[in-house]
Every structure is written in C-alpha cells, then in structure tokens.
Design a protein around this ligand. Sequence first.
Ligand code: PLP
Length: 447
Amino acid sequence: MNKQAVLWEPSPNNLEPFWMGFTPNRAFKKRPRMIARAKDMHYYDMGGRAILDGSAGLWCSNAGHCRDHIVSAIQKSAAELDFAPTFQYGHPKVFELASRLTTMAPGDLNYAFFCNSGSEAADTALKIALAYHRANGQASRTRLIGRERGYHGVNFGGISVGGMVANRKWFGAMLAGVDHLPHTYNRKEQAFTKGEPDWGVHLADELERLVALHDASTIAAVIVEPMAGSTGVLPPPKGYLKRLREICDKHGILLIFDEVITGFGRLGHAFAAERFDVIPDLLTFAKGVTSGTVPMGGVMARQHIYDKFMTGPDHVIELFHGYTYTGHPIAAAAGVATMDVYRDENLFERARKLEHVWADAAFTLKGNPMVEDIRTIGLVAAIDIKPVDGQPGLRAYKAMENAFHDFGFMIRITADTIALSPPLIISENQIDEMFTDKLPKVLQSVA
Ligand SMILES: Cc1ncc(COP(=O)(O)O)c(C=O)c1O
C-alpha cells in the first residue's frame, strides 16, 4: 500500500504499528488489555468495566487517577504557557516546584535538576557525580558502582550500573569501568519478612572489597535503590544503607539513592532517605513527582555538590547537561499541584499508617500453595509464586492476564513475582478486596 496516499485518511484501529516496550507484543496483540479511562483507584476498560489499580499504573500514580486539582493545573498551564526554555531562560512554576521539593527533602538536598523520566534521572545523577569529582580536582574518580538486581532505567548509564541481566545482555559492552555490589536477597534467611530483613547488613561491606580491588581514587559513586523495586521488591536489610553511607564517607565516594519508586510516600515518607535516616549526596526522583500525569524526573543534590560547580566566571555555564524539556511548564505545574494533593490529604502519613494493615493483609496469602515468599514494606508487597517447571515467568504472566480479564485487577509482574504498589489513597476495604478476594482467585486460576 502507498502510505503517502492514505497519510491523512482516518486510520484503521490497527494494533500492529505500535512497537510496545517491555511487553510481549504478539501475546498482547492477540488478547489486548486496553484501558480507556481512569478515576481515583480504578482504571476502566473500553466497555466501562472497572479495574482496581494494584500498581499505581507503573508505580507512579501515587495520588490516584485524574485528581481534579492536578487536572485543572495541567489544563491551566497548557492554555497559559505551553513551552518555555529553561536553558538561559526560566518560568515561575519550575522554580516553585524546585523549592517545594527541596523543602520536602531531608538534610541539605537543597537543589533540584529536572529531566523527563527516571532513566534520564539516573543518567543525570551519574554524570553529576563524575563532573563533581573532576571539578573537585579528582578526575581519576570515574568508576561507577551499581548493584546486582538493581534497576536504574534503560539508558546506557542506567543499564551499565543496573543489574538485571535481560536489560543488559542485548546491548553490548555498555559503559566501561563499572562494578556491582551483590544484591541483598536471600530467601533462606529472609523469607516472609515484613519491612527490613534482619539478615544482610554485612553485604554492604562488599563495598570495602571493591575499594580494595579498584582503589578509592578510581571510584566516583555508588548508586542503589533504597528498596530495589523492579527486580521483585527487595527491602534493604536493617542497617545496610547506613553502612553503605559510612563506607562511602570513609573513601570520598558519592552515594546516590535512586528514589524513582520510593519517592513521594511509597514507603510512608516523602523519601526513603528520611525513612532510613540516611542522606545520599544525590537523590533521583520521577514517577510520583507528577503522580504520573506528565512525564518528569529529576535529581536533588546536596549543598556541597552544587557549591563545587559554582566557581569560575559568572557568565560561564557550570554544568553542560540538560534536556529541551527540562522543567517543562506543564510538568512543573502538574508537579506543584501533585505536591498540594500529597500535603492536603496527608498521603505520606496515610501510607505510613496503613503499612501494618497492608502487610497483615498481604500475609493472609502465606500458606497458599502457590506462594513461595511474601515481602512487604510501606505500601509495597511482593508475592513470589511457584514457577512452572522449565518456563519461568509463564505463571505470573497468566496471572496478570487473568487478573485483568477475569477479576478486574491490575497487577505488576516481574519474572514470577507479583508486585503490588497501589495509589496511596487506597482504602482499607480495597486492601482487603485485593488480598482476600481478588488475589486468591487469581492464584487459583493459575494453579
Ligand atoms: C528505581 C528506578 N529507576 C529508574 C527507573 C526508570 O524510570 P523511567 O521508566 O521513567 O525511565 C525506574 C522505573 O521503574 C525505577 O524503578
């Protein structure tokens, strides 16, 4: 067919041309899970059937869906200021959002740099760390340390320090000079733990081993998720993050927390840094900053990091980094309105108060013959289900299909783990509905 001839004709509703990311395209297109609209705790499919949102979309809709205050802020901004550059120019909303975020962040995380996604946030943080050491006269510090089973998005920096094999093996050699800490999950020692496991603080000492191997003078930064989310929810062992902080301080290594998932109330605090009482040098955020409404991400930096760049002549750019859409006015307006909702509805505190109810409800699944482990922290739960012999991931995939089509429930899966992370507005009844009604039926359907 001549594509040119039909360019301006109404398009057929064809599922084929959209190449979907992180999705088995052929399976999806045979039996699509199509979402038409959303409100509060629910999605609605094309026929108007309600789907309970067990995953805040993709860990991002923390305030719930289509909240009036956020919707009007976006509409107003789209009509008032569609775009303004933030290279060499500025607009009020982005400064307002930076002030709100840095006031909310613990310690002296006093500066916010903006980008458009979690992946960009991770790469931005890694670049700032490298540039910081150079500005500090320690240009030999170029090595980046990530962690096995870590996820820092899909850009080259993020996959290099990340530790998910499927996200790495297809893409060549990636960044040079990267090493990894071991992951912190051990089922034998930690199975069925609520909150931080007692076992595993010693795994932070592996950083000393990497320092002994490479020498501190070659290491720029360590990046970890305070709670590893995408590889199946791995809460940090008690004391682990504090120990990492101590070792980084001892050796002049920057500590980066990737809080793309843990930011904005997911663990019952504005940031996991606050919950675990550890202040990183750089903290990435995305997702919840706009409650998923408009793409936005960013990095917060401590005072000493920013100060190191603020030298040289006044008219010279200090950091050669940024994106056209850095601090986009509509995203910034959405971000400010989202912070209003979090504040006015006390959503972080709400998550904190619900944590026990949530964990107890999740643990009602202990003893289900399909369930091998359950982990909970904040408003997050992971349920490891028995894999089908020789076909890893199949049972969880079917569980996701059945949850959507047969039980009106959106869940997130990774391998054979079901991860749940609902909007923070979830009610106790809805928690009950998820764990004592929908999930047992879903598990039964794939037994
Ligand atoms: C910890 C972490 N970092 C980075 C990302 C990537 O974010 P995005 O998909 O917005 O690029 C994610 C996404 O889930 C994440 O969980």
